[in-house]
Design a protein around this ligand. Structure first.
Ligand code: URP
Ligand code: ZN
Ligand code: ZN
Length: 492
């Protein structure tokens, strides 16, 4: 479908002025012009002086927001015997068309593979990115060399988060011993442990049982990964983080039970962060009942889409502050690839797209319905991710000195989403037929106008690797400060 037929060169005068819009940051919104020079924001204010020769964007009646940050994508990922359809160019170009100007993707070393070797391979693949990118690095096995390479990644390569897949047994699954070693090491290094929370042993057992019962179609996929399987793993990761006193970021929280575990931990004073996918907010499990294999298989991802009541809980979690970021887990496989699991649902490559649609579908359903304010939208689509992964306010903020990654947002524009018009190279759109109100009119990436009212000017290789500094290494503090007197000695 689509595939970048509508791509032209980015417009890049040294100055871009955005005039007459309402700037929205995560903490407040205000009327202001924004001036960008050489890739940075250099002025935000009323009636700013615009140098001769600057490109001028009229943002009257529109919002000017930080470009979206999608903290969970998989471009060019080799996975389940195939490779995703979108590479770093097509995937980031699609992101820009939807108002997302940065992604955080994943380096996933094979068990026994050097983390550094894998990191350099992914860095090479990502050089063609049209938008800025960064990497979480997965810890899929453990040894002293992994511990040493984590340090090199943090200190020399700007990695401050490590991912652990608690699912995908016999492939990339991290067992408790890996989780514990890696979380403890992350704490020493000032890095954030993150988890894909699903009990891989239970998934494996349920898959085998379903296959033995002759259930081979995609409809069996959600049955092999019920909410309890996710909640058990989320609870276990939270408990490990609690004992070790590490922070924890849980990716793609999809069910009320996991959310409740996060809420309980946070109420008890634990630093736990939750990410929710645009798809999990808006699509329910009825998609797996589709008798057409291709339609059902296109929705096979993990965790799976859930019964509708979970969506209500997730939206509440975003508003209550127990969920912090929104992502897509953009991981596109075409129909021919999904067909690898035609006679065995466990072989369907897991993953769906969405990097181009995330901002619009969340604005439409969240802000359009009155559930979220524009500032809350900025918090959950960019600012919170920037804070959690330590690149704020350079990213996620419209402020002087920040990168000129901006989206001019037209709250009245609408379109109907479709694979026929998407920029992703995937051949399916999980939001097919959904009409959304609220679209980017302009996207500016590092000071260049890369998208203007439907015309995409993404530039291969224009994206830059974003280094993310570590947080200060934390001491292990086993008691809350209130248990100590003012001099710091323990109370009797
Ligand atoms: N989510 C999914 O189904 N595929 C990508 C890998 C992962 O994030 O688990
Ligand atoms: Zn995952
Ligand atoms: Zn993922």
């Amino acid at each position: 479908m689509s595939c970048n037929s509508n791509v032209h060169s980015a417009i890049s005068p040294s100055h871009i002025a955005i005039r007459g819009g309402t700037v929205v940051n995560a903490d407040h919104q205000f009327r202001a012009d924004v001036l960008c020079r050489d890739g940075r924001i250099v002025a935000v204010g009323e009636q700013i002086e615009v140098p001769a020769g600057a490109a001028i964007i009229d943002a009257g009646g529109q919002y000017v927001m930080p470009g979206g940050i999608d903290p969970h994508t998989h471009m060019q990922l080799p996975f389940m015997g195939t490779v995703t359809a979108d590479d770093f160019y097509s995937g980031t170009a699609a992101a820009l068309a939807g108002g997302t100007t940065s992604i955080i993707d994943f380096v996933i070393p094979a068990p026994q593979q050097s983390l550094l070797e894998a990191f350099h391979i992914w860095r090479g693949w990502a050089e063609k990115s049209a938008a800025d990118y960064s990497f979480h690095v997965a810890v899929t096995w453990w040894s002293d060399s992994v511990a040493a390479e984590m340090e090199t990644l943090v200190r020399q390569h700007g990695v401050n988060s490590f991912k652990h897949f608690m699912a995908y047994k016999n492939a990339i699954m991290a067992d408790d011993s890996v989780l514990i070693s890696s979380f403890a090491r992350a704490l020493e290094l000032g890095a954030m442990p993150t988890v894909h929370a699903e009990n891989g042993e239970l998934v494996h057992l349920l898959q085998q049982q379903l296959l033995a019962q002759g259930m081979r179609a995609p409809a069996a996929h959600p049955l092999s990964r019920p909410p309890q399987v996710e909640a058990e793993a989320a609870g276990r990761a939270i408990a490990i983080a609690n004992v070790l006193q590490t922070p924890l970021y849980i990716v793609h929280v999809s069910c009320a039970e996991s959310l409740a575990a996060i809420a309980r931990a946070r109420a008890a004073g634990q630093r736990v962060y939750g990410e929710v996918l645009a798809g999990h907010l808006l699509i329910d499990d009825s998609v797996y009942a589709n008798p057409d294999f291709a339609g059902a298989a296109a929705h096979v991802m993990s965790p799976p889409f859930r019964p509708a009541e979970h969506q209500q809980a997730l939206w509440k979690g975003l508003r209550s502050g127990d969920l912090h970021t929104t992502a897509t887990d953009h991981c596109t496989f075409c129909a021919g690839q999904k067909a690898m699991g035609r006679s065995d649902f466990t072989k369907i490559p897991n993953g769906c797209g969405g990097v181009e649609e995330r901002m619009s579908v969340i604005w439409d359903a969240g802000v359009g319905s009155g559930w979220l304010t524009p500032s809350e939208f900025v918090a959950i689509t960019s600012a919170n991710a920037a804070r959690i992964f330590n690149i704020y306010p350079r990213k996620g903020s419209v402020s002087v000195g920040a990168d000129a990654d901006l989206v001019v947002w037209d709250p009245l524009a609408s379109r109907t989403l479709s694979a026929a018009t998407q920029h992703s190279l995937g051949d399916f759109n999980v939001f097919e037929g959904r009409t959304v109100q609220g679209l980017p009119s302009h996207t500016i990436s590092r000071g260049k106008l890369v998208f203007e009212r439907g015309e995409l000017r993404a530039e291969r290789g224009a994206g830059r690797y974003v280094r993310r500094p570590p947080f200060a290494p934390q001491k292990q503090i086993l008691q809350a400060p209130g248990k100590h007197d003012k001099q710091g000695s323990k109370q009797k």
